[in-house]
Every structure is written in structure tokens, then in C-alpha cells.
Write a protein that binds this ligand. Structure first.
Ligand SMILES: [Fe+2]
Length: 188
């Protein structure tokens, strides 16, 4: 499934009703909180957009994320970038593609990171391949999008606050339009 702008907006607007994994907030709240953390930290429009859309794969697949409870890794980062490829370039897509690997990397590279993860995030880690070994962590660190992916991962981890107020979806969709892929001869 490839999204156009209208489908993307509808998907996100409807995400207020679906729960974010094992956490006590909705998918929409999680997306907006992720984007708000990125904006607070002075991230580029592309990276704010990646933060907003990093879990869109869950929504495309129509999940409330209960695959996790069934012990299945849904590969939502791959579903997400496939859906967004028409609208965005690599500066938005690559951090999304790498945000699960970034968790596995941080568990290997940063003492204390694993212990700080939420229960749901620790449970999914095992399904996603567990903590990276040294060779894989070295390869990850050399990826040109690794720094952006690690930043996105930290906002993802932070964006689980029940009842937090953020700017609304329209604010972040306007930023996403600025980050959109420019296709010759096509109005955005
Ligand atoms: Fe997330």
C-alpha cells in the first residue's frame, strides 16, 4: 500500500482511536509526542517528519500492535517506508527504516539504555533480534543515517507520556509538506 497525502492524513487522524502497543496512549499521541520532541531539540523538517511517521507501518497494517503480545515481529518499519516512498525521500525514510535497529544498537553501545526501556519495548526487543553484537553495532554506527536514527529512537522512547499536550496534527503535517519529496512537475 502506497499512501498519498489524503490517505496519510486520514490514517493519522484515525490513529487517535488505536492504542500504541503495550503503552497507555494512542498511536496519534505517540506520533505527535515524537514529533514534538524532535522539534523541541531543533531537528530538521525531515527528521521531525520521520519522528511523526516512524510507526505509520502499524497503522497501514491496521494493527493495535497486538502482534507483540502474540510474539510476532511485525516488521513495521519496512511496511512504513514502503507506504511513504511516494511522498518522501531518504532523509525521511532512512531514519524510519533504522529506528528498530537503533534500539538494538543502543542496547549494545550505551550502558543503562536497556534497563531504561519500557516493558513493551523490552519485550519487542527480543522479537526484533535482541541486542546487537559488536560487529553489527560497528556496521550500524558507520551508516550515514545512524545519528538521525538514534535521535529518532530517543524521541520514540520519550514519547509515551500519558496526557501530555502537544501541537496538533495540522502543525506537523505542514512541516511534513515542507519535507516532502519534490517531484519535477508535480505540485505538492
Ligand atoms: Fe514508536
Amino acid at each position: 500500500m502506497t499512501l498519498d497525502w489524503m490517505a496519510l492524513e486520514e490514517l493519522l487522524a484515525g490513529a487517535g482511536a488505536s492504542r500504541y502497543g503495550g503503552e497507555a496512549i494512542s498511536q496519534l499521541e505517540h506520533a505527535l509526542q515524537s514529533a514534538e520532541c524532535a522539534e523541541r531539540d531543533g531537528a530538521s523538517a525531515s527528521l521531525i517528519t520521520a519522528a511523526l511517521l516512524h510507526d505509520v507501518g502499524h497503522l497501514v497494517a491496521g494493527q493495535d500492535d497486538d502482534d507483540l503480545a502474540k510474539g510476532i515481529d511485525d516488521r513495521h518499519e519496512q511496511t512504513g517506508i514502503a507506504a511513504l516512498r511516494k511522498l518522501f525521500g531518504e532523509d525521511v525514510l532512512a531514519p524510519i527504516a533504522l529506528h528498530v535497529s537503533a534500539k538494538r544498537y543502543l542496547c549494545a553501545a550505551e550502558p543503562g539504555y536497556l534497563a531504561g526501556l519500557s516493558d513493551a519495548s523490552r519485550l519487542s526487543l527480543a522479537l526484533q533480534g535482541g541486542v546487537m553484537g559488536a560487529a553489527e553495532a560497528g556496521r550500524f554506527a558507520r551508516n550515514p543515517h545512524a545519528v538521525a536514527a538514534v535521535a529518532l529512537r530517543r524521541w520514540d522512547d520519550e514519547a509515551k507520556v500519558v496526557g501530555k499536550t502537544t501541537p496538533g496534527l495540522a502543525h506537523y503535517l505542514a512541516i511534513a509538506r515542507r519535507a516532502a519529496r519534490v517531484v519535477a512537475g508535480e505540485a505538492q
